[in-house]
Each structure stands twice: as C-alpha cells, then as structure tokens.
Ligand binder design. Sequence first.
Ligand SMILES: NC(=O)c1ccc[n+]([C@@H]2O[C@H](COP(=O)([O-])OP(=O)(O)OC[C@H]3O[C@@H](n4cnc5c(N)ncnc54)[C@H](OP(=O)(O)O)[C@@H]3O)[C@@H](O)[C@H]2O)c1
Length: 276
Amino acid sequence: MKTIVITGANTGIGLATAESFVQDGDHVIIACRNLDKAEKAKQYLESLNKGTVEIVQLDLNSLEQVNQAANQLLQKYPQIDVLVNNAGMMTPELEATVDGYEKQFGVNYLGPFLWTMKLLPAVKNSEHGRIIHLASMMHLMGSIKPENFKADQVKKYNGVLSYANSKLANLLFSNILAKQLEGTNVTSNALHPGGVDSEIYRELPKYQYKVIKLFLIPTTKPAALIKTIATDPKWANRNGDYVSLQTPAIKSSKAKDMQLAQQLYDQSIQFVGKYL
Ligand SMILES: NC(=O)c1ccc[n+]([C@@H]2O[C@H](COP(=O)([O-])OP(=O)(O)OC[C@H]3O[C@@H](n4cnc5c(N)ncnc54)[C@H](OP(=O)(O)O)[C@@H]3O)[C@@H](O)[C@H]2O)c1
C-alpha cells in the first residue's frame, strides 16, 4: 500500500486521480481547501471499499497555512510515495493572496512550491518517490517577470496570461527539481492533462463553456496518465519529462531555459525561506 498525496482532490482531475489510486488499495491523502467538498469526496472514495482516504486542509492562498498543513502531514507520514501537485485555479480579476502575491502566481505556483519543498524529505524516504506537476500547454504563452509576482506591482493584468505564467512556473519548477534530484530515488515530471471537463472553467460565461465543452475530455483520462507516471516501471528513469494528452508535448523555449528555472527557484526560496 502506497501513500499518495494529491492536492485539490475534492473535484476534477484530482478526484479522478484519487479514485484511480484508491482502486489500487492505496492510502490517499486528499489535500483540499474546501472541507465540505473534501468530506463528500472522501465518502465517495471510501464507498469504493478499496483503499483508505484521509483529508488534510490545505489553502494554497496562504503560505502560513501551507506550512501548517505540510507540518501536520510530516508529523504523521515520514514517507510519501507519490505527490501530485494538482490544485490550481483561474481568475479573470487581479487578486492577491494572503501574502500579497498575484493570486494565480501564488496559488498555482508559489504555494505548491513551498508545499513540495516541505514534503520533499518524506518523498525521499520512499523507495521510488514520484513528484508530478499539473502544468499546461498554456505555458506556451507564459513568461516569468518578477514585476508580476506581487499583486500591487502588476501594471497591466491579463487573467489568461497570468494563468499561463503560473503554468510556465510549474514546468520550470518541475525541471529544476528534476535536475536537483538526479541520481536520487525521486523523480519530478510534469504534464498537460488535455482540455478536461472539470470545474476549472466555472468562471467562464455559460455560452463559452457550452462551446468549449464540446472539445473537453473526461477527468479519467489525465487521471490514468498521472497513475502511469506514478507507477509504471517504464517511468522509473524518466525525470524532468513533460508529457501531454490531446496535443504534442511542445515546450516553449522559456520552459527549456534552465537558467530561468534556476533564477525562479532562487527567488522562490527567498519568498518562502522562513518556512523551510
Ligand atoms: N481542466 C483543464 O482543461 C486543464 C488544462 C490544463 C491544466 N489543468 C490543470 O489541472 C489541475 C487540476 O484542474 P482541474 O481541471 O481538475 O480543475 P478544478 O476542477 O477546478 O479543480 C481544481 C482544484 O484545485 C483546488 N484549489 C483551487 N484553489 C485552491 C487553493 N487556494 N488551495 C487549495 N486548493 C485549491 C480546488 O479546490 P476548491 O474546490 O476548494 O476550489 C479544486 O479542488 C490544475 O492545476 C489546472 O491548472 C487543467
């Protein structure tokens, strides 16, 4: 029985991924913001009568809360076999996290960065630790500009580009982490899950959603890919990889830039340093 941690597993791709691990009899920790939804997800997963499920409250909007949630998890679980950084959001409005970061940068990237760095020692205690990041083909439109990190410094906000930036940051983090993990028992890989029918499109106007829905795939498809990355022996030596459902796994030149990845990593360590 493996210990699997999945963020944002109360719905969407995260829930489908949790289900696929529970079906294998694993112990799945669903790290969720909304506890009512998490409780419903837990009840559903337990009704499958296969693996076991536990909830940890995690709000990626606050570094303090991420720190607390990670500490809580580490106290109970010295070993984590698979960490799936799935939680993510989109917002058309310029908003700030509790710590003042632009919200998509903070919730989609910086919170998960701290979460991963805190949990890394436990993943290293696994014989074959796997860290999987939900990036997106949207990273192709993304860039990393330090002046966009803090909400009050953003001059011109575009919600779609901000989402793309956060997904580029996910991919850069996966790559630099993979480099750091070379020669260890842990791998770090990223994926674009395809255009997936989940709650992420909830902010879209209804008519736009109706059109987009025609092209969306079910959550079970990315869940199966995540499971393959996490468990298939063929993935044992794949580290720093990026795969994609529906579309070719094309990485932007920025996503391949290891100097940029290192710079972002160094800045991120400074931002979250007091919790490490
Ligand atoms: N769907 C797609 O087409 C698509 C395409 C490319 C990449 N992705 C990526 O795939 C991942 C999963 O997305 P999805 O499509 O399954 O979306 P979803 O159905 O909207 O699920 C997102 C999950 O993230 C959680 N979350 C949001 N803000 C959070 C916060 N502050 N703290 C903790 N958890 C938070 C949500 O929790 P609540 O229920 O509390 O809001 C929810 O559980 C995301 O990283 C997304 O960027 C999705």
